[in-house]
Design a protein. Structure first.
Length: 317
């Protein structure tokens, strides 16, 4: 029996670009209705384009959640930014997400250094979009509690740059305005059969997703003491005869002084990280999970080709 294709089906790619911490991962998770991208209070936590899959009517929207676009300083930074622009170039529609409150704060005295950096990164993105003639949709995010006249003025100023086709005001956190945006993305999808099975929400390799889940837990627990000096690699993923999964992971830190931070007193911090990660992996994989974590010091983990390959990043950018 042959499967009949739905002639009304549409499918394509929607790239979400923006400065770090604009809320891209939260929006992807909101659009897909599941946890695809890691969300932490740290900026630059998305290191590779995660493809979340959202369904709207007959349209399948493959969401490319790109790393935050910022001024690169190190090899890893360059790889992340190249990956972000690559994701945008290959998409059927591009959404530029901006943290509205942060952008407005950057213009006033109450703005923090992080707000000003974010605004500078946004200007860089706008300049690049202008130079390449890319037309995009503007998403003003984190509008909760903001005055409408303030939002409209910001929207007008950004629209006058000439790079935006439309503006959507949303809160990825509460879901406010997201349904309208989802419908707009769906209308941009070209006609054709769906690219993924209906019940699939992401095409991230499970080993990578498992590593990202553990990395999120590392940052949730030690984000104050540990800057961006940690990576997680899934070194072994084994399907056991009893249906369970045995996963081994290595947490890399750059300095010996950072190792005890991740371990914690009597290993309590690492135990918490492992427990929280395992709980989420059990839910994600829908089977028992045996998780084994090791902490290693490697000052040059950011120069590891294997780690770049795991995340689909170009080492030689």
């Amino acid at each position: 029996m042959t499967e009949t294709l739905n002639p009304n089906q549409h499918a394509g790619f929607a790239a979400i670009i923006g400065a770090p911490n604009a809320g891209k991962s939260t929006l992807v998770n909101r659009l897909t209705g599941t946890k695809v991208s890691i969300v932490t209070q740290k900026v630059q936590t998305t290191r590779f384009p995660v493809r979340g899959i959202a369904i709207e009517g007959d349209a399948q929207i493959v969401l490319v959640d790109t790393p935050g676009i910022f001024t690169p300083r190190r090899r890893l930074d360059r790889a992340m930014v190249a990956s972000a622009w690559g994701g945008a170039q290959d998409a059927d529609v591009v959404l530029h997400l901006i943290d509205a409150q942060s952008h407005i704060d950057a213009e006033g005295r109450e703005g923090t250094a992080a707000d000003r950096r974010s605004a500078e990164d946004t200007e860089t993105i706008i300049a690049n979009l202008k130079a390449t003639g890319t037309k995009v949709i503007l998403g003003l995010n984190k509008i909760d509690g903001m005055r409408r006249d303030t939002l409209l003025a910001l929207s007008q100023r950004l629209f006058e740059t000439g790079v935006y086709e439309e503006v959507y005001m949303i809160s990825a956190l509460s879901g406010d305005g997201v349904d309208d945006l989802k419908k707009r993305l769906a209308r941009s999808m070209p006609a054709g059969p769906w690219l993924y099975p209906e019940d699939q929400s992401a095409d991230v390799p499970v080993r990578v997703l498992a590593a990202e889940i553990t990395r999120e837990k590392v940052y949730l627990r030690v984000h104050e003491e540990l800057p961006y000096s940690a990576a997680v690699e899934t070194t072994s993923f084994e399907e056991k005869a009893d249906g369970s999964a045995r996963i081994e992971q290595t947490i890399y830190v750059e300095r010996e002084s950072q190792r005890p931070i991740v371990l914690g007193k009597g290993g309590q911090t690492l135990k918490w990280i492992g427990q929280k990660s395992r709980e989420e992996l059990i839910e994600l994989l829908d089977r028992p999970v045996h998780l084994f974590l090791t902490v290693k010091v490697d000052p040059k983990w950011q120069d590891s080709r294997a780690l770049y390959a795991q995340f689909g990043l170009d080492f030689d950018v």
